[in-house]
Every structure is written in structure tokens, then in C-alpha cells.
Ligand binder design. Structure first.
Ligand SMILES: NC(=O)c1ccc[n+]([C@@H]2O[C@H](COP(=O)([O-])OP(=O)(O)OC[C@H]3O[C@@H](n4cnc5c(N)ncnc54)[C@H](O)[C@@H]3O)[C@@H](O)[C@H]2O)c1
Length: 416
């Protein structure tokens, strides 16, 4: 049995979804007006499909008027789906979540149950706020409670479709009993289930939403830049942008660009981003996203070299795998490898070896001032060093994962 606290877009859909899958589900809300509508088979907001499911399940597997303590006592899982509005300083206001937890813990008995945060909460909320809060409360009470974080990715307008046919299910869960309960609940959805830490689960939700908001702000910033330059048909330009095959995964998908690493390089992205940043400023527009984008591309190389120097001693040999700015190319213009090698040398790491399947000669010719030793093959470089840093995502490296991962690997192309 499952209890849902909060019957808004997320909670009502979740409750109806579980009841449709055959789980006995209790829906609880503090808003009487909302409850009255639901009792009359009315959905309190516009959302297709929910009315039909409510009509089908209310009174059979979905229940609204079960007393709160009875619902909690009988449930193996309690999903918190209350709102998490912004506090005046922009942080997430957790008062509804903490109030809901108080109510649950106060009436729970000794039977194990898992409290699942489905509301969107910033990474570290469960580990740093909810868990200590519950642990403190449980010191005085003899209760057996697990915690989980289960972010929801549904879109308003498509709540039902997105919930019932999810792309993936993310479960931040750190104890076996809670994991078993949630596995039983989500198995019927036939979607990939990812078990991760509490923080990772919360982070994945923000990763998704902030990417979307960045894409929108990026588009808006670009339209302001276009307007300032003049004579640019913005809607047409964006429509043509969308004709790029990469949006549709042919031959490679746009997802390829949404991986962190050691920064972008090559002939086009750095110079073109700088040029647009510069002409926007000339036309009186402050392009925050473009300027921030360039700044991050510099900072990430500092981040990478600091990660290496924090783990490796100065006299130890380090193997650099990859010199070109991307695989299947020998282009070394503005390649991140150059900046990272330069930073390591500047910090006194002079025992550097490098290997690139195609670009050894090009790199040496372009950057003769960098005093490093070039190796002819992957086995050669691996025989010289215990530490390897992957800076270009060559297929050869992926194919030799077993031998590379014998070493201490700094993988900045997310290959393994
Ligand atoms: N709306 C979306 O598209 C969407 C998508 C994914 C995630 N989320 C997240 O899910 C959470 C809920 O969003 P929503 O849009 O469903 O909110 P909502 O405001 O529509 O619903 C929240 C409900 O919780 C009820 N509530 C508050 N405190 C309660 C308590 N102690 N006990 C029982 N009920 C209580 C409120 O009365 C309200 O009906 C938020 O954290 C939101 O960020 C929303």
C-alpha cells in the first residue's frame, strides 16, 4: 500500500498511476476544495486523461478519505509530493516537506516504511536536511523508517503519458529494504530504473531542468544579440537551426554535446563564441551566457589540472592520452590538451609523456615550447606511467579500456 501526500500535478498523477498499476493507494491533501472536486471525479486543474483514470480507480484502488494515521500505518511507501516554492533569497523553501515529514513520523508505528521525496529539492536536501531531521526525531521514537529520493520528470499537459511511460526512473536510495519496496512499485513500469545516491538523484532532476532553462535563455540571449546587430530574421534562423540532423540523432545526436569534459577547442567553437560575444558587446548587448560560456571553458582546464596535481606528485610520470581537439581529427588548434599540459609544466610537473593516434607530430610542430616526450603507441605510453589523463575521446582508448584502467585514470572524456 502506498500513501501520496499532496495531490497537485505530481501527486495526483503519481497516485493515479500507482492505483492504475494495481497498488492500493491513499491520496492525502490539506486543501479541502481540491479534495471535494476529486471526490466528485473532477480534476482541479487542466490535465488530460486524469479524469478517466480517477473515475476508473476511485474507490477500487485509489482512496481519498482514509484517515491520515490509518493510511500511513498501512503503507510501505509514503510519497511526498508537496510544493517546494522559492524562498525570498531564491533558495528552495522546504517548510512543506518538513511539515509533511513531521506528520508522517508522528503517526507511524514500528512497521518499516520508506518516505520518498518526489517533490523537487536541491541536491543534498535529503542527506543534509531530511535525514538528520528524521534521525533526530527517531531518537525519541521507536520507528523503522527508510528514506528515498525519487525526482519526477513529467511535463504539465502530458502528466499522464510521462508518468505512465517514463523514459527512466531515478531512485536515490541507500538501504536495501527501501530499495526492495521501490523496486516492487516501479517494476510494472518497464522503464530503466537507476539506483543512485540521494544527492545524485536530486542532482539529476536539476541537471535536466537547468539544461532546459539554459537552452531557453541561450535562445533569448541570441535573439537580443540578433536584434542589436539588425537585419536578422530570428524565427527563420531558429527554424533553420532546428533542421540540423543532430537534433534527431542522425548521424550523431545533439546529446554528444551534453557531456562534461576538459573544455571545447578546435578551430570553430572557441573563436566563434568569442567573436559573437565581442560583436554583441560592440552593439551594446551584454551577452551573459556567451561570456559565461567562454569563462567556463577556461576555468574547466584549471579544474582539470588542479585535480591531477592534487593526486600526483611532481616527479611522477604522467601520460597524456589525446592531443587533438576531438577524435578522428589531427587538428590541434586551441586543443584543451595544450592548455592543460602548459598548466602542468608551469606547476613543475615536467615528467610528461603524450600519445595521440594521429596528432603527435602536429602537436609538436604547433607547440614546440612544450617540453614533453612523445610516445608512438598506447602500449609504449602505458609502460612509462602509472597515471594517465584522457583528454581526447579516441576509439582506440575505449577499445583498450582494460589496459588503461589498470592505471590511475583521470578520465576527462567520460570514456569508461
Ligand atoms: N508541476 C510540474 O510540472 C512538476 C514536474 C516535476 C516536479 N515537480 C515538483 O513536484 C512538487 C509538486 O509540484 P506540483 O506542481 O504537483 O505542486 P502543486 O502545488 O500543484 O501541489 C502540491 C499539493 O500539496 C498539498 N500539500 C501541501 N502540504 C501538504 C501536506 N502537509 N500534506 C498533504 N498535502 C499537502 C497542497 O495542498 C497541494 O495540493 C514540487 O516540488 C515541484 O517542483 C513539479
Amino acid at each position: 500500500m502506498i500513501t501520496i501526500l499532496g495531490l497537485g500535478f505530481v501527486g495526483l498523477t503519481t497516485g493515479l498511476g500507482f492505483s492504475k498499476k494495481g497498488f492500493k493507494t491513499f491520496g492525502i491533501d490539506i486543501n479541502e476544495e481540491r479534495l471535494n472536486k476529486l471526490r466528485n471525479y473532477e480534476i482541479p486543474f487542466h490535465e488530460p486523461h486524469l479524469k478517466e483514470v480517477l473515475t476508473e480507480t476511485l474507490g477500487t484502488t485509489f482512496f481519498l478519505d482514509v484517515p491520515f494515521d490509518e493510511a500511513i500505518k498501512n503503507s510501505e511507501a509514503v510519497f511526498i509530493c508537496v510544493g517546494t516554492p522559492s524562498a525570498p533569497d531564491g533558495s528552495a523553501d522546504l517548510k512543506y516537506i518538513l511539515a509533511a515529514i513531521d506528520q508522517i513520523v508522528d503517526v507511524a508505528d514500528r512497521k518499516f516504511k520508506v518516505i520518498v521525496t518526489k517533490s523537487t529539492v536541491p541536491p543534498s536536501t535529503v542527506s543534509k536536511r531530511v535525514k538528520p531531521y528524521i534521525d533526530e526525531k527517531l531518537k525519541q521514537l521507536d520507528r523503522s523508517i527508510g528514506l528515498a529520493s525519487n525526482p519526477e520528470f513529467l511535463r504539465e499537459g502530458y502528466c499522464w503519458e510521462d508518468f505512465i511511460e517514463p523514459d527512466r526512473i531515478v531512485l536515490g536510495v541507500e538501504d536495501e529494504k527501501s530499495k526492495d519496496i521501490l523496486n516492487t512499485i516501479y517494476k510494472p513500469f518497464n522503464a530503466p530504473i537507476h539506483y543512485v545516491s540521494y544527492n545524485s538523484a536530486e542532482y539529476i532532476k536539476y541537471l535536466s531542468n537547468t539544461l532546459l532553462s539554459t537552452l531557453i535563455s541561450y535562445s533569448n540571449e541570441m535573439s537580443m544579440v540578433a536584434d542589436a546587430i539588425g537585419d536578422i530574421d530570428v524565427p527563420t534562423a531558429f527554424r533553420i537551426l532546428h533542421e540540423d540532423k543532430r537534433w534527431f540523432g542522425k548521424p550523431a545526436s545533439m546529446a554528444k554535446y551534453v557531456y562534461p569534459g576538459c573544455g571545447y577547442g578546435g578551430y570553430c567553437l572557441p573563436k566563434d563564441t568569442s567573436a559573437l560575444d565581442s560583436i554583441a558587446k560592440e552593439h551594446g548587448v551584454t551577452p551573459h551566457i556567451l561570456t559565461g560560456n567562454l569563462k567556463i571553458n577556461n576555468e574547466v582546464k584549471e579544474f582539470v589540472s588542479n585535480k591531477i596535481t592534487s593526486k600526483v606528485k611532481k616527479d611522477e610520470p604522467i601520460g597524456i592520452l589525446g592531443l587533438s581537439f576531438k577524435p578522428e581529427s589531427d587538428d590541434v588548434r586551441l586543443t584543451p590538451s595544450k592548455d592543460i599540459i602548459e598548466k602542468l609544466l608551469a606547476q613543475g610537473y615536467t615528467n610528461l609523456f603524450a600519445y595521440d593516434p594521429l596528432a603527435n607530430n602536429e602537436f609538436e610542430a604547433a607547440y614546440p615550447e612544450l617540453k614533453i616526450q612523445y610516445e608512438k603507441s598506447l602500449p609504449d605510453i602505458l609502460s612509462k606511467t602509472d597515471h594517465v589523463v584522457i583528454l581526447t575521446g579516441w576509439k582506440e582508448f575505449k577499445e583498450n579500456e582494460n589496459s588503461i584502467t589498470q592505471k590511475n585514470v583521470f578520465d576527462y572524456r567520460y570514456m569508461f
